[in-house]
Design a protein around this ligand. Structure first.
Ligand SMILES: Nc1ncnc2c1ncn2[C@@H]1O[C@H](COP(=O)(O)OP(=O)(O)OP(=O)(O)O)[C@@H](O)[C@H]1O
Length: 336
């Protein structure tokens, strides 16, 4: 599979008189294959927006290499811009314009044929309400209009920063369906999100960033498998046999936690050995199941953001380098 997006060793330090110097990106790597929905995850302040803005030429990096569709960026941004759609900040729309007016305006500015407006309205599910003013739209509809505007150019790569932010469960589900539809049409979608359950449902692959560095990447199933704890849940035919089973397993060196109707075993690499050991004691297993690890627990473990009793987490995940410096370079330049 070919990479639509590749980042190697990206570095960005923000310098400001007031806030000092901060390493937002510290040698960050990322690779996104063609046709995937790729989740970009990280705690607050870990560097997601900086990465996306740097990719789009809105921030100048201090080091590293980036390619989009095989072209080195930012140098080749003029070449690839027509094939990339992005929303990295909440777009502002004229409240008195309808969705159709809004898209017509954007299509006119970007030399997009008028028929594409109907196609994108259909794709994002806004066709029936396209004539109504944006100020009457729900947040979910505005988000879909934003996605529609990014789709006008029929991009090969769509980059969305927190597309489900602020949406209710129904809106999130609609957004999920939309992302899948786009991927099925051959588009590559990169989306950053804090809604980890959603990412697990939508995405084929993920990159997890912490403190400006990649801490995990790959197909979702692979990332989950790599961080599976090896925990196994065991039920017996007779609940009354659980204490004897716990004793036998503990004697065999397995860590066991007793629950009212089952046992939890830690770090089991050969589940068959557990069944055999218990059968030898005349104890019969009615269920032996690996405990599924979810993306949320992997994320919390890797980014060290799991809550610690009695401690308040510091939400800013970047590294403060210290000292005052020059104002940061954040010149705007290129958008969707
Ligand atoms: N213009 C700026 N000037 C100085 N520091 C900045 C600037 N923009 C971001 N930072 C800092 O860089 C770090 C990374 O920020 P960034 O916005 O990329 O994180 P993020 O992962 O997108 O966070 P969130 O999930 O909260 O949006 C943070 O410490 C942030 O405070």
């Amino acid at each position: 599979m070919s990479a639509v997006l590749e980042i190697e060793g990206l570095r960005k330090t923000y310098k400001s008189r007031r806030r000092g110097t901060r390493n937002a990106l510290d040698g960050f790597d990322m690779r996104v294959e063609e046709g995937q929905v790729h989740g970009f995850l990280g705690p607050n302040g870990s560097g997601k927006t900086t990465t996306l803005r740097t990719l789009l030429g809105l921030i100048r990096p201090d080091g590293g290499r980036m390619t989009i569709l095989g072209h080195e960026v930012p140098a080749a941004l003029p070449t690839v811009a027509g094939r990339v759609g992005a929303i990295v900040e909440s777009p502002q729309f004229f409240p008195h314009f309808s969705a159709r007016d809004t898209l017509s305006l954007l299509a006119g500015a970007g030399d997009v044929p008028a028929q594409r407006i109907d196609e994108v309205l259909e794709l994002v599910g806004l066709r029936d309400r396209a004539g109504e003013r944006v100020k009457t739209y729900s947040l979910g509809m505005k988000q879909r209009l934003a996605v529609a505007s990014a789709l006008l150019k029929n991009p090969k790569l769509l980059i969305l920063d927190e597309p489900a932010n602020g949406l209710d469960p129904g809106g999130i589900r609609e957004m999920r369906t939309l992302m899948r539809t786009l991927a099925e049409s051959g588009m590559t979608v990169v989306l950053s999100s804090h809604i980890l359950g959603e990412i697990q449902l939508i995405c084929d692959s993920v990159t997890i960033i912490s403190l400006g560095r990649r801490v995990a990447f790959g197909p979702v199933e692979q990332v989950l498998a790599q961080h599976s704890s090896g925990a196994v849940r065991v039920r017996l035919e007779a609940v009354t046999d659980l204490p004897i089973a716990a004793e036998a397993l503990t004697r065999a060196g397995i860590r066991v936690t007793g629950q009212p109707d089952h046992l939890m075993l830690a770090d089991v690499d050969k589940p068959a050995a557990v069944t055999r050991l218990l059968a030898e004691q005349g104890l019969y297993v009615s269920e032996l199941a690996p405990v599924a690890v979810d993306l949320e627990s992997v994320f919390l473990e890797l980014t060290a953001t799991a809550p610690v009793p009695g401690q308040h987490r510091q939400v800013d995940q970047s590294t403060k380098v210290g000292g005052a410096g020059q104002p940061g370079a954040t010149a705007g330049g290129w958008g969707a």
